[in-house]
Design a protein. Structure first.
Lengths: 266, 251
């Protein structure tokens, strides 16, 4: 009995530790968002740094976003087509795939792939700077590391992901139309018309709204993990791995929350 | 001589690990004070508290009478224009050219033109003995040797003509000729610019050569502060053991 109660205590202690560190992590991320917002909003706004990061995070992610969007459009259209054939409703393929792609799959898949790439890049770069004392050096020279390093990355990630999602929506539509035409003999122009017909502005906005929030999450997690990297090169690897996990879990959790908010509106 | 930096009754811990307990240290105007002590005892922590990168849990850290922990954002910016720090590995910004590294503080704090910043960066590089090849300005830190990186870091620290320079282990990892060169540079900057210097080092020949006073960190405070001559002639066993590299019995 005493052995059992000892084990239960250990389990409870472990759960307590996990909860404490989890709340600490969330608190740290929120604090970073607050600091970046307050300090970033001061002049100068660091427009040059923001554009540099947008090129680095956004433009350089275009190939990956393109490939992901093309394939997600093709695969989803194919899957829906196969299901609809069973009901003799293959002509509804445009209606069926549009909502899933625009509201859900393009923003989420891009956040999980392109977003994870952005976040791990930020963590690795900032983590290496932390380990080599470059972040302390920025502060010691009288500059603000949050303003110089975090603010441009947050703004760039928050803007880049929705822009990539717009591009991804166009490509997913195009690749879906190709599959509809070639595999299911549904004319591409008919697919396009039914695809567009089904969508309301609120559907586009909910997809873009998700991308904005995912972009902010990606930037916050990538930067926070980088700034909290412990010392040693091994620590950079650990932080980067944790970033992938934290980004994926956060994006999917946030997707659920946003879906419950946006679905009734849409 | 007037005190530039004063630490009184400083307590500092990281979790369960206590680094300082009731620590006192005064850095006087124009002197070079060298801090020695075992590895991992917190010598760099002391420097980071002087420049406001870390704050004491208790006690006072003052720069020219102002409590560092009470300075706001603008106050800390002003402090860091007067107190520069040279980091152990140089901490040069990998993504920037040597010109941008050395001119970083000028870009941040002044409205100097690009040409003026380049000229000042070159002047600082020349002061640290790197004024032979002007193409250095456009090179990236990764292409430099360890000794050159440290000298560029020193050039970066003097760009704004600070009153105090903090050197964190400036000779670590360098060959004997570069160690001597860095020592000469510390002396030269003190003589030519009149800066007050605090040097953290394990290298006793450098400590004896550049210092006006030496402070030894021992058991979480500085019980031994004296001139280099005083340290050489000391009969205090702890100090003699450290200077001569002897291992204590049972250690």
């Amino acid at each position: 009995m005493s052995h059992f109660s000892e084990s239960a205590k250990n389990v409870l202690a472990s759960v307590g530790d996990v909860l404490t560190s989890g709340f600490g992590w969330v608190g740290g991320v929120c604090r970073l968002l607050w600091d970046a917002t307050i300090r970033g909003a001061r002049r100068p706004f660091g427009i040059h740094d923001i554009f540099y990061q947008m090129v680095s995070l956004g433009v350089r992610s275009l190939p990956l976003a393109t490939v992901m969007s093309l394939f997600v459009g093709m695969v989803l259209t194919w899957q829906f087509g196969e299901a609809l054939i069973g009901f003799g409703a293959k002509n509804a393929i445009g209606y069926a795939s549009s909502l899933a792609l625009v509201r859900e799959l393009v923003p989420v898949i891009l956040a999980l792939t392109v977003g994870a790439k952005m976040a791990t890049g930020m963590t690795a770069e900032l983590g290496s700077m932390k380990v080599s004392e470059q972040i302390d050096a920025i502060a010691s020279l009288g500059a603000d590391p949050v303003k110089k390093l975090i603010w441009p990355r947050l703004v760039a990630a928050t803007w880049s992901l929705p822009i990539l999602a717009i591009w991804g929506n166009v490509l997913a539509l195009a690749s879906g139309a190709v599959i509809a035409d070639i595999v299911f003999d549904v004319p591409a122009d008919y697919f396009y018309e039914t695809y567009i017909d089904e969508l309301w502005p609120s559907d586009y906005l909910s997809g873009l709204g998700k991308s904005v929030v995912f972009g902010l999450l990606v930037g916050l997690i990538g930067c926070y993990q980088g700034l909290t990297t412990k010392y040693g090169t091994e620590a950079v690897g650990i932080s980067t791995t944790n970033t992938v996990v934290a980004t994926s879990v956060s994006i999917l959790s946030m997707d659920f929350i946003l879906t419950t908010i946006f679905l009734p509106v849409s | 001589m007037a005190a530039v930096i004063e630490l009184h009754g400083v307590e500092k811990s990281f979790g369960d690990h206590t680094v300082y307990r009731d620590m006192h240290l005064v850095v006087e105007e124009g002197e070079t004070l060298t801090v020695i002590g075992g590895s991992g005892q917190g010598k760099s922590v002391c420097m980071k508290m002087m420049i406001g990168l870390l704050f004491a849990d208790d006690g006072e850290v003052r720069f020219r009478g102002s409590e560092v922990s009470e300075l706001n954002y603008e106050g800390l910016r002003a402090l860091r224009q007067k107190v520069a720090m040279v980091f152990q590995g140089g901490a040069l910004f990998d993504s920037m050219s040597i010109r941008d590294n050395v001119g970083y503080a000028l870009i941040e704090h002044t409205s100097m033109s690009d040409e003026a910043i380049t000229a000042r960066a070159w002047e600082c590089l020349d002061m640290v003995g790197l004024g032979q090849d002007r193409s250095l300005l456009e090179r990236m830190p990764v292409s430099l040797s360890g000794g050159m990186r440290k000298r560029v870091a020193i050039a970066r620290s003097i760009a704004l003509q600070p009153e105090v320079i903090l050197y964190d282990e400036p000779t670590t990892g360098l060959d004997p000729s570069n160690i001597r060169r860095i020592g000469s540079m510390i002396l030269k900057l003190q003589k030519e610019l009149g800066v007050t210097s605090v040097v953290v080092t394990h290298d006793m020949p450098t400590a004896f050569r550049v210092s006006n006073r030496i402070a030894m960190l021992y058991e979480r405070h500085f019980p031994f502060v004296d001139t280099p001559e005083g340290f050489r002639d000391t009969q205090v066993p702890e100090v003699r053991n450290f200077i001569q590299g002897r291992v204590r019995d049972g250690a």
